[in-house]
Design a protein around this ligand. Structure first.
Ligand code: C2E
Ligand code: CA
Ligand code: CA
Length: 733
């Protein structure tokens, strides 16, 4: 049902939405990971560069010192004036603050004319002749932070140390300016973890570990404390490394790299926001935009689903709902009836109810009230049968109900009928007359259409039921239907196999008791038994097989007539029953005529029996047909006369030859005083028609008919219908 679909679709849309968000989130984390990897790469590139530059610079500076000391040792003489002069004239002065020469007593003179006493530290400077770098010194001239490159050199018996003094701050030059938009910061540390210089002035003192400690936030402090000696020992041993820290700048990458000279290392801290900040923002924006797009799509989807669903409900109503009663229609009945059937067959019923002469109600009250009554019936049926029943109006005033009931079904049906027959709508009571057919579903029932058919049969039988307004489908009906369907299956082959045989019932002139002719009556020889026409003719009239059968009988009769004429030289009149079904077919008479010519039979020898009810049927121009019959030379009888209520006027206009008085009137002879037979015979005389009485069984009847001057007699009194061979004995005589 539509409502179910609706939910399904919404759930589907939500699932798709969740999937899309999950994919978005997955993509985001993937991108972030990628960015993190990139961050490491870019940091590493910076660090590698800086390391190389710093290393080169220190090596260069060492080389400068080396070249000076080599010169001094080669000239073997310390000429201060000359050395300073050389220094000042060279292009290296830009790198250093000043140059100094220290004697072994610690007395130091500088190129710019200062005299400083280093006697307290002199041992450090003269320990050996290697180049040493003293870092984190304070200038004794101006208090500036300085690093000192120093090398002792032997000059004759004397020893001096040559000092190149460099501002510690100058190392900052090697750092890439503006690293990561100034959000990152970096240090040079010595192998004990002391900061030599920091690229960012305000963070430049103390030990590295202290610095880190100050930056850390939350529980990352404790975590770091556990790992800090790893960093310390790595730096001490010249091993590179990296860490991710949670600092007051957020997630921060820490990278350290030994430069390979002097036991120094470069340490960098770059907050992830410095690198991925913008990208993160872009990603976030993308994410938000996608969410908005998805939400819009979702709203559109939901809108489409809802409007589709409305359309579906509309379509569903068109397809399954009867507009008048708001109950189901025939398609509803089939669909949900079938489902109900498949669920469970126990105590399941299908009933069909119709309102008799509903047309009259429409005429009397108008269509609006008519519709209200139909609606009211639907409501009442639902009231009686409950919400689980399936109630449909499947055409005009026909309702069908599928329901389950465990108690007395007859009582329930009586309740339904009595309630509908006194239908109350808005305090108005309508007197209706209804019929109901009921079928109880059996275990082997599987098809709603089959069940419908059975209920329809029960309903049609309820119409002919004198004592009750309803009929419950039973075995007998089923047997009859089975038999009929067997007949229908077999009739075509039976015709081919010539299982249909003609019996002739002779007719006698009343007065002379001489043979007048015969009536051809069909019999069906099937599986060793003879089936009489009352079992199959009505069915053949319904399925129109009678057209083929009658034509066959007609031809057989013509064959027999031809044979009799040749054999006995006698022309007898044979009457043949003509079903009303032929009258729908324009050419049937021509077909009959062609057969008579084929066998050389004079149509005068053939009497076509038409029942009175067929002769007065509305909608057929029977008069025209009869006129043609006469034109071709056939005789015409009105069969079963007296049962069809034809008027004298009608009879007058018809070109008929014989009135065939129905057996029911013959049966009355001797039973009631004034006989209709007299009346019929008189009419016939009036119209100059011959009369024949059928079903004459007693001498009393024959005598009475003789007395009343009925012309011909047919009946068991003389002979029953007999086989052709037997009939021939009447021709011999
Ligand atoms: P029907 O045309 O009224 O035929 C007369 C029926 O009365 C025949 O029944 C006949 O056997 C029966 N009958 C004759 N005399 C007596 C009698 O003294 N007492 C009693 N109780 N019955 C007598 P049957 O042969 O069973 O035929 C039944 C009906 O089937 C016929 O009624 C006719 O309407 C139809 N029928 C028979 N053969 C054909 C046929 O070839 N074509 C068509 N269209 N209908 C046929
Ligand atoms: Ca007849
Ligand atoms: Ca008859």
């Amino acid at each position: 049902m539509p409502v179910k679909n609706y939910k399904k679709q919404i759930i589907l849309v939500i699932i798709i939405l969740i999937l899309l968000i999950a994919i978005g989130l997955g993509y985001m984390t993937y991108m972030l990971n990628k960015i993190e990897a990139n961050t490491y790469n870019s940091i590493n590139t910076v660090v590698q560069n800086d390391t190389k530059n710093l290393k080169t610079e220190i090596i260069n500076q060492k080389a400068i010192l080396q070249s000076i000391t080599s010169y001094i040792s080669s000239v073997n003489k310390v000429e201060e004036e000359k050395i300073f002069d050389m220094y000042e004239k060279s292009d290296i002065t830009s790198q250093f603050i000043r140059m100094a020469i220290m004697t072994q007593d610690g007395k130091t003179i500088t190129n710019d004319g200062f005299k400083v006493d280093y006697s307290d530290e002199v041992k450090d400077f003269f320990r050996d002749n290697e180049i040493k770098i003293f870092d984190n010194k304070i200038s004794r001239i101006d208090g500036e932070k300085i690093n000192i490159y120093s090398q002792a050199v032997n000059v004759k018996d004397e020893k001096v140390a040559i000092l190149l003094i460099i501002s510690t701050e100058s190392y900052k030059n090697i750092f890439v300016n503006n690293i990561f938009e100034s959000k990152g910061f970096s240090y040079i540390v010595d192998n004990t973890g002391n900061i030599i210089v920091s690229a960012n002035i305000d963070r430049g003192t103390g030990t590295l570990i202290n610095n880190i400690d100050n930056m850390l936030v939350g529980n990352s402090k404790e975590k770091f404390e556990k790992n800090q000696n790893v960093i310390e020992s790595n730096i001490e041993n010249g091993i590179a490394g990296e860490r991710i820290l949670q600092t007051s700048y957020g997630k921060t990458y820490m990278v350290y790299e030994p430069i390979g000279v002097n036991g120094w290392a470069l340490v960098y801290f770059i907050p992830s926001s410095a690198i991925s900040g913008e990208i993160n923002q872009a990603l976030l924006l993308t994410f938000i935009v996608s969410i908005v797009v998805i939400l819009i799509a979702l709203i559109v989807c939901i809108y489409i689903v809802i409007s589709n669903n409305k359309k579906q409900i509309k379509l569903y109503e068109y397809a399954y709902i009867d507009p008048v009663t708001k109950k189901g229609n025939i398609y509803y009945l089939r669909k949900y009836g079938q489902e109900e059937l498949e669920k469970d067959k126990k105590n399941l019923y299908l009933a069909i109810l119709d309102v008799n002469k509903f047309k009259m109600i429409n005429k009397a009250y108008g269509y609006k009230v008519g519709d209200e009554i139909l609606f009211g019936i639907g409501v009442k049926l639902r009231e009686i049968l409950g919400d689980n029943s399936i109630i449909c109006r499947y055409s005009n005033d026909y309702f069908s109900m599928i329901f389950r009931y465990e108690n007395d079904i007859n009582a329930l049906i009586n309740t339904i009928i009595s309630n509908i027959e006194k239908l109350k709508i808005n305090d108005e009571v309508y007197d209706l007359s209804v019929n109901l057919g009921l079928y109880k579903v059996q275990e082997d029932d599987n098809n709603i259409s089959v069940i419908m058919d059975k209920a329809i049969i029960a309903h049609s039988l309820s119409k002919g039921n004198v004592f009750d307004k309803f009929y419950i489908y039973d075995e007998k009906v089923e047997k009859k239907i089975e038999f009929e369907s067997k007949i229908e299956q077999n009739m075509e082959t039976a015709l081919r196999k010539k299982e249909f045989k003609i019996y002739y019932q002779p007719k006698f002139n009343t007065k002379e008791e001489s043979l007048y002719g015969a009536e051809a009556l069909v019999r069906w020889y099937h599986d060793g038994e003879i089936i009489t026409p009352d079992k199959f003719i009505p069915l053949f009239e319904k399925n129109r097989f009678i057209l083929k059968l009658d034509l066959y009988i007609f031809e057989q009769v013509c064959k027999d007539l031809k044979m009799w004429k040749e054999k006995y030289g006698k022309n007898v009149v044979v009457s043949i029953n003509v079903s009303r079904q032929h009258f729908m077919d324009e050419h049937f008479l021509e077909r009959y005529l062609r057969i008579t010519t084929k066998y050389g039979i004079n149509p005068n020898n053939i009497d076509l029996e038409i029942t009175e009810s067929a002769a007065i049927e509305e909608g057929i121009d029977i008069l025209a047909i009869m006129k043609r019959m006469k034109e071709y030379g056939f005789l015409i009888s009105i069969d079963d006369f007296g049962t069809g209520y034809s008027s004298l006027n009608m009879l007058q206009d018809m070109p008929i030859d014989i009135l065939k008085i129905d057996k029911s009137f013959v049966d009355q002879i001797g039973k009631s005083k004034r006989n209709i037979i007299d009346y019929i015979i008189n009419i016939a005389k009036e119209l100059k028609l011959k009369t024949i009485a059928e079903g004459v069984e007693t001498k009393e009847q024959r005598d009475y008919l003789l007395e009343r001057k009925c012309d011909i007699i047919q009946g068991y009194y003389y002979e029953k219908p007999i086989k052709e061979e037997e009939f021939e004995k009447y021709l011999k005589d």
